[in-house]
Design a protein around this ligand. Structure first.
Ligand SMILES: [Zn+2]
Ligand SMILES: [Zn+2]
Length: 432
């Protein structure tokens, strides 16, 4: 399922599960290598072709490329048939409308990967910006190559006038998701400033700030007492579980999480006679009834339904999809946002999710992999599967057996990209 794995961007899942949230390099600020010696402007040479010096406006009229001179221009690679693009386009449109109102010096140009002109027209009707005509396939290919576009949606942001240092931002999608219009004007300085601010916020975060507000200093519990004070959780490792009943992968993951939660706490109560690990359900359910019936299946605590902290936490931790498990250490600081991924890879052994723990587990997995067969037949797939690792044909993937994320070691079908966790292989003697 390699094509789906591409949705999980490589910079979001590092093999050690440690987040690189403040790493500026992930935005790929790059040099512009365009030769502008010909006298033609850089934008013009990028966007025009032999017999075309215009782009299409939303109404279908022609807009001269020269009119974009001096503007900050986002080149938006996207396609109607791809769900992540569908999700991003309205977010971008919203930011675009806000920016256009305050600063006309910004423009976006859509470069389509749609399958035909009808799909293109249909998709474009949801976009308030310009587009490269659908028929200009050659230019589309050239732009993809020029900017090394590996996946969509992709937003390349070009700064006007100069060809120096920070003129290109590669991961504009991430910037827009994370910061919206605040990211404007998308310069290196601006992004540095935002990352710095965010880093401060995270370094100073406390459990109390995250989980309480003026009206509420408790979480809700199934057991008596029905309210548990947030203060009583200080010093524990906390998992913030972002989930909802309407989310099928969440409903599927919850019982697994519950069983692991119980195992971790059995273990820790043997050693220290108290519970060191707690989970807090952060619900994005649409109504109280779904919330209550979903929470009923969980042996841990929850923020009340509709609580204002839910929105704040989602933003603070930049949660893009659920289910998601953010781990906070005993000091209230973030240990990792990859809790779900780590539990899928290592089950209860992942606890306490620290970098040191993950490194230890990775070494252990590498050791164990030495004893794994180089290839295997699995009852769930017709072809022979080959053992791959991070550095050797593998990488972050979605397991075709348990539908959960994986990274590091995997069994992969070279022919069709089918890929499973080593633990998910059910060995059969030879191909069915
Ligand atoms: Zn699996
Ligand atoms: Zn296959």
């Amino acid at each position: 399922m390699r094509q789906e794995a591409a949705v999980v961007k490589r910079n979001e899942v590092k093999s050690n599960g440690v987040d690189d949230a403040y790493d500026l390099s992930k935005y790929g600020f790059g040099e512009c290598e365009m030769d502008s010696g010909s006298g033609a402007s850089r934008l013009f040479s990028l966007l025009a072709s032999k017999d075309r010096d215009f782009l299409l406006s939303p109404s279908g009229s022609q807009v001269k490329i020269a009119d974009l001179e001096g503007k900050i221009v986002g080149i938006y690679f996207s396609a109607n048939w791809y769900q992540p693009c569908h999700k991003f386009t309205p977010v971008l449109a919203n930011a675009y409308e806000q920016l256009k109102n305050s600063d006309p010096g910004f423009e976006i140009v859509f470069v389509s990967s749609d399958e035909d002109v009808n799909a293109f027209d249909d998709y474009r009707s949801s976009m308030p910006w310009l587009a490269v005509p659908f028929s200009d396939l050659e230019l589309k290919r050239a732009l993809s190559r020029r900017f090394d576009v590996e996946g969509i949606p992709c937003l390349i942001i070009l700064q006007p006038n100069n060809c120096k240092g920070d003129s290109i931002v590669i991961d504009g999608v991430d910037l827009i998701y994370r910061y919206g219009v605040q990211a404007y004007p998308f310069t290196k300085e601006r992004v540095e400033e935002l990352l710095e601010k965010e880093k401060d916020k995270h370094e100073n975060q406390t459990l109390r700030d995250l989980l309480t507000n003026h009206e509420r200093d408790f979480l809700i519990s199934h057991k008596i007492p029905k309210q548990v004070s947030v203060a009583s959780l200080i010093g524990k490792t906390i998992g913030l579980y972002f989930s909802a009943k309407w989310c099928f992968p969440g409903v599927k993951f919850t019982p697994k999480l519950a069983s692991i939660y119980q195992k971790i706490n059995q273990e820790s109560s043997l050693n220290s006679h108290h519970q060191d690990f707690e989970i807090v359900f952060v619900s994005s359910d649409h109504d109280q009834t779904s919330f209550l019936s979903y929470f009923q299946t969980m042996p841990w605590l929850a923020l009340p339904y509709g609580d204002p902290n839910i929105k704040a936490l989602t933003k603070h931790f930049d949660i893009r999809g659920i289910p998601s498990l953010v781990i906070l250490g005993p000091d209230g600081k973030t240990v990792t946002k990859q809790g779900r991924n780590l539990l899928n890879l290592y089950q209860e052994n992942a606890y306490p999710f620290t970098e040191a723990r993950v490194e230890f587990l990775e070494r252990q997995a590498d050791e164990a992999a030495k004893n794994l067969p180089k290839s295997e037949f699995h009852s769930g797939h017709g072809h022979r599967l080959t053992l791959v690792s991070q550095g050797n044909g593998g990488g972050p993937f979605i397991c075709c057996d348990c539908d959960e994320q994986g990274s590091g070691w995997a069994y992969q079908c070279i022919e069709c990209g089918y890929e499973v966790h080593p633990k998910c292989v059910r060995v059969v003697d030879n191909g069915p």
